[in-house]
Design a protein around this ligand. Sequence first.
Ligand code: ADP
Length: 359
Amino acid sequence: MYSLVDVHKRYGLRTVALRKLNLDIRPGEFFVLYGPAGAGKSTILNLLAGLTRPTSGDVRRDGASITHLPPERRNAAMAFENYALYSHLTVAENLAFPLRAAGVRPAEIEVRVKSVAGVLGIPHVLDRRPGFLSGGQRQRVALGRAIIRPADIYLLDEPIGHLDAKLRHRMRAELKALAVDMKATIVFTTTSSKEALALGDRIGILNAGRLEQAGTAAELYDRPANTFVASFVGDPPMSFLNVSVRPAEGGPALVTGDGQSIGKAPSGALGRGGLKAGVRSTALTLVDPGTPGALAGQVEVVEHLGHSSIAVVLSGTDHIQVLLPADARLRPGERVGLRVDPTRLHIFADETALATDAA
Ligand code: ADP
């Protein structure tokens, strides 16, 4: 297991890339680091590879510090988005390079090069030099060069970011199958939430150098630690209602800006400001306007997705996304009612999730 323990990383005096970060990468897992550009993803890969050191904190392997172990003694294979290939060598020779360096027999090299080229969909360009490849092909060669040799950990920095949507989709599936075959420990970075959810056994969500949460897709979906994570997972994303606590019959209730009650307030919400109730589209039912107990709203936009539609409904000052069957005939401007399942609300105070009271 690889661990970052209280890792703080500064570049120069001003830039803080990672803030007191704690993270475990388990053996054999496909771990995806997700976050916007500048979140600190590459810095984590560089720390694991030994290309940079933490300003404070420790990098460990199976509990022992490797913070000062040089890259050549870490047996990590890396692929960067803009990894330079050897321009004077063919694709086959580029792929063979790490194997030659490791003293693998030529017959075996040939087999491995063919197999990796097949997986990556580039067998027809094996004799070309990198200058004669498209950006997407070059990226696949760089990825191939990283995964062709056995390593203790594979560090893949947005390795399929340059591919067009269709190819990216195919590569995702192949990479996942390959990882299962290799039983390899992989850390993969992406700015695409879809890619993170499709690939990751676990996903670490980074935001401005902080690890907001790490977990399986289901854990992140069911128990998001804060609104940043809650907005990340789920399609359409979770909608947030601004709420406050009001006394009511049967105990304090959560009410929206225009005074509609949506359920009981958890005890942690009492006395707190900045309260939001997160609701997923699957916890909402569209009902007739005026239905007692339902939120009143007006349809603003309907987006047709083919297999379904998403309606954005304005209720008070809150926008709520509702998933609809493709044949739903809603029109902008139409008044609707929304019934919210009170057992499926996520309550946040100052963007951080509050525990729901045990039933
Ligand atoms: P990501 O991979 O998520 O895009 P990075 O780890 O590359 O994020 O960068 C995190 C922060 O550290 C950014 O603000 C970036 O500008 C800064 N940074 C990264 N590498 C360096 C460097 N070598 N020198 C100075 N600042 C850097």
